[in-house]
Write a protein that binds this ligand. Structure first.
Ligand code: 3PG
Ligand code: MG
Length: 395
C-alpha cells in the first residue's frame, strides 16, 4: 500500500499532530519500560528539525471513556519524553478546545480515551482533532489495528495525513519478512492458546517454509500427533484444527515439527522441579512446561538454515528459571543467525530482554495486537485510511 510519508513533507511553521502509541507500563508514577517512547523519538525529532510545532496524541490503558482518571494520565509519559528530548513537554488537559503552539515546541495532549466518542470513532470528534493541526502524522504502529477517532478517523479528516518514520519502518520490516522474504522463511509462534492464534497459524502456513509452534500451542499439536500429555495445558477442542494444520503443512511439502523431548514439572509453578522426558513418556500427573534439550538443538538447526525468521511467542514458561532454557536457546539461535529476523509481542520482547539478544534481532516491533493482525494478513484500518488519502479516495 502506498501512502504519504512525513519525511517527504515540508513542515516549516506547521502545526504537526503526531499520533503515538505511548501505551506503556507505569508504576509509582514512572514509566517502567520505555521501548515505545524511545521508538517515537525519531519522528518527534524529525518534526522539530523541519521547523514544526509538535502536538502529541496517545491513549494509555483502557479508562472509562469520557472520564478523567489520574491512573490513566499521561503525566509520567510527558516527563519521560521531556527527559529523552532534553526539552520541556507541556501536558494539555482540555486540549480539544484549542491548542496554542509555536514552532519548536512539543506538547502532549492528555489521554485520547478520556474523550467521549474516541473508541467508537465518532466522526465529529475526529474532525475536532483534525481542526487542531495542519498535518496529521500517524506513527502509532502499535495502535494501527484500531479504527478510533485519533487513529483512523482523524486521518480521513486532517488537512494532510501521512505516515511517520516508525510506522513506515514497521511496515517496511513486515513487508520484507512476509511478502518478499529471503527463503527459507521460518515462523516461530508460541504462547498459551491455539484459539487466539489460529488465524495467525493458518495465514502463516500459506507463506512459510517451516513453522515451529511452542508453549501451550505446542501441547495441542503434541496431543494431535497422538502423544499423551498428562496434565499439560492444552485445548482439546482445537486438536482437530491442529491435525488439519499439520496435514496442510505436509501437503505443501513443509512441516510443523513435534518436539522430540520436553521438560515437565509436577505443577505450574516456579518451584516445580524440571525433568526431561521423551515426548512419548510424559506421565499422567506431569505438565509440559518447555521444550527439551534435543529439541532445542533440532530447532537451532532449523533457525540456522533460515533466510528470514518471524518470531512471536515463547516456547516455554521462561518466567520460571527451570523452564527457561528452551526459549533462551531459541532467542540465542535467532541472535546467531544471519537471517533477517523480526520479533513482536509483549512476551517475546520480555524474553528478548531477559536473554540479552535485542542487538542481534534485525527488527523488534513495537506492536502486539497490530503485529499479529498484520501477520494474519489483515489490513490495519489506520494504514488503509492513509492509503485511501494517498489515492485520493478518502471519504
Ligand atoms: C497495545 O498495547 O496493544 C496498543 O496500544 C493497543 O491498545 P488497546 O488494545 O487498548 O487498543
Ligand atoms: Mg541475527
Amino acid at each position: 500500500m502506498n501512502f504519504a510519508r512525513m519525511v517527504d513533507l515540508d513542515l516549516r511553521g506547521k502545526r504537526v499532530m503526531i499520533r503515538e502509541d505511548f501505551n506503556v507500563p507505569i508504576a509509582g508514577g514512572k514509566v517502567t519500560s520505555d521501548a515505545r517512547i524511545r521508538a517515537a523519538i525519531p519522528g518527534i525529532q524529525l518534526a522539530l528539525d523541519k521547523g514544526a510545532g509538535v502536538i502529541l496524541l496517545s491513549h494509555l490503558g483502557r479508562p472509562v471513556e469520557g472520564q478523567y482518571s489520574a491512573e490513566f494520565s499521561l503525566a509520567p509519559v510527558a516527563e519521560h519524553i521531556s527527559a529523552l528530548l532534553g526539552k520541556p513537554v507541556r501536558l494539555l488537559s482540555s486540549w480539544l478546545e484549542g491548542i496554542n503552539i509555536q514552532p519548536g515546541e512539543v506538547v502532549l495532549c492528555e489521554n485520547v480515551r478520556f474523550n467521549p466518542g474516541e473508541e467508537k470513532n465518532d466522526p465529529a470528534l475526529a474532525a475536532r482533532m483534525a481542526g487542531l493541526c495542519d498535518v496529521f502524522v500517524m506513527d502509532a504502529f502499535g495502535t494501527a489495528h484500531r479504527a478510533q477517532a485519533s487513529t483512523e478517523g482523524v486521518i480521513r479528516k486532517a488537512p494532510v495525513a501521512c505516515a511517520g518514520p516508525l510506522l513506515s519502518q514497521e511496515l517496511d520490516a513486515l513487508q520484507r519478512s512476509l511478502h518478499a522474504p529471503d527463503r527459507p522463511l521460518l515462523a516461530i509462534v508460541g504462547g498459551s492458546k491455539v484459539s487466539t492464534k489460529l488465524h495467525v497459524l493458518e495465514s502463516l502456513l500459506d507463506r512459510v517454509d517451516s513453522l515451529i509452534v511452542g508453549g501451550g500451542i505446542a501441547n495441542t499439536f503434541i496431543a494431535a500427533a497422538g502423544h499423551r500429555i498428562g496434565k499439560s495445558l492444552y485445548e482439546p477442542d482445537l486438536v482437530p484444527a491442529a491435525e488439519r494444520l499439520i496435514r496442510k503443512a505436509h501437503d505443501k511439502g513443509g512441516d510443523i515439527p513435534i518436539p522430540r523431548d520436553v521438560v515437565v514439572g509436577q505443577s505450574f509453578s516456579a518451584d516445580a522441579s524440571p525433568m526431561v522426558r521423551n515426548v512419548d513418556t510424559v506421565g499422567p500427573e506431569e505438565m509440559i512446561l518447555d521444550i527439551g534439550p534435543r529439541t532445542s538443538v533440532d530447532y537451532a538447526h532449523i533457525i540456522a538454515g533460515a533466510g528470514t525468521i518471524v518470531w512471536n511467542g515463547p516456547v516455554g514458561v521462561f518466567e520460571f528459571p527451570g523452564f527457561a532454557a528452551g526459549t533462551r536457546s531459541i532467542a540465542e539461535a535467532i541472535g546467531r543467525s544471519a537471517a533477517f529476523s523480526i520479533a513482536g509481542g509483549g512476551d517475546t520482547l520480555a524474553a528478548i530482554d531477559q536473554f540479552g539478544v535485542a542487538n542481534d534481532i534485525s527488527y523488534i516491533s513495537t506492536g502486539g495486537g497490530a503485529f499479529l493482525e498484520y501477520v494474519e494478513g489483515r489490513t490495519l484500518p489506520a494504514v488503509k485510511a492513509l492509503a485511501d488519502r494517498y489515492a485520493g479516495t478518502a471519504t
